[in-house]
Design a protein around this ligand. Sequence first.
Ligand code: BES
Ligand code: MN
Ligand code: MN
Length: 457
Amino acid sequence: MSMESVEAYLQQNSERFVSELSELLRIPSVSGDSAFKGDVRRAAQLVDQQMRQAGMTTEIVETPGHPIVVGTLTQSPGAPTLLVYGHYDVQPPDPLQDWITPPFQPTVRDGKIYARGATDDKGQMLTHIKAIEAWTKATGKLPVNVKVIIEGEEEVGSRNLEDFLESHRKQLACDIVVVSDTSQYAPGIPAITYGLRGIIAAEIIVRGPKQDLHSGIFGGSVTNPVNALAKLIASLHDDQGHVKIPGFYDEITPLSVQERQQFAALPFDEVDFLQGVGVSTGWGETGFTANERRWARPTCDVNGITGGYQGEGPKTIIPAWARAKITCRLVPNQNPEKIVQSLEAYLRSHLRPGATLEFKSDHGASGLVFDTSSKYMQAASRAVAAAFGREPVFIREGGSIPVVKTFKDILGADTLLLGWGQNTDNLHSPNEHFTLADFHRGIHASARLMWELSGRK
Ligand code: BES
Ligand code: MN
Ligand code: MN
């Protein structure tokens, strides 16, 4: 049986797969920091090499930013075509002092591999490349057609991917997209994610006096930009956790009773959940559960704030400026452009006199949900069950993978979001890790998915 020989190959090569993951994790491919530009390219080259080793024809496609690695293996006429997407770039590793072992020296402790990018997304995306290798090496042939796109700019908003998809629309034609860049529901509870939130990002700078002033001489007579920024931020929410930007909730499709019931039926211990992140009480929009708020309600969060004196000891000044970075997570049917405009208008209307507001917006993407009854979802469910020993639950997630919407718009294809990681893997955070058992189960599930989609021959 073909699937059996693939499974035997996975067993025999599991240690090598881990060392090849380590090799990739050793490269600091931080896309957001130009100091790492050469490393980002080296990571692309290593991904390319591992894809060729898997039997694919590959190409490193240049963009105005970081390169995209593209692989194809389409020798199964009549079989469905799978498009695998992932990213080889990573978030910055800061704060460095909080890492137990350095972020780019992958270390295995307790069955988990620790390194920046271990789960997001090097370890997860590599599962599909290793599954392809297993099929080609163990049986000489893939049961389906596969196209693979691994990009290097996901963590900075996938700036050049849309142009690439537009210009390669024909070559990338596919039946279904597969992305492993989300999480399982919980340890021992695999999940298929059928919805993601969208996102808009903005940076605001409040400017006041032309330079820092003595707060004794001038305090009380001019607007303090840090105070004014704090007022703007405070005006974003009411005390019930609702976002006060006019029209923010207007276009949202409300959660159905059935979906609320499905969420509520998932095992969830809020005390545990909060303890896991080190807080004692939760906070958010009243009238919704934590999972509803995380997955299916929009939010507006300040990601960082800078301004005034930050050194040791007091310094009595009226600072000249203050800056904040803001993102809103969006749910299906909210229009990102409209939300950016209403955010800007709202902030301008709450700005104190005597200050100016500079508003810059960055990447935008809408939220989405997919139909869970498709034959692809069902095939994925069987594949995950076979590899993880348990049926997956269907969940939504609050993170964003903007390109998933672009796949729908440009290629007309839905995406299977098959996350092998855990929310507690510290993605974007110190001591990021990926459980090696999940890495191997992910490879197995991917190999099995190809078999399920082929009609099991
Ligand atoms: N892999 C994440 C997205 C994710 C994580 C989705 C966990 C669901 C659960 C991805 O790499 C990411 O970090 N996306 C950014 C998007 C942004 C940079 C446009 C995000 O969600 O903040
Ligand atoms: Mn990711
Ligand atoms: Mn990420």
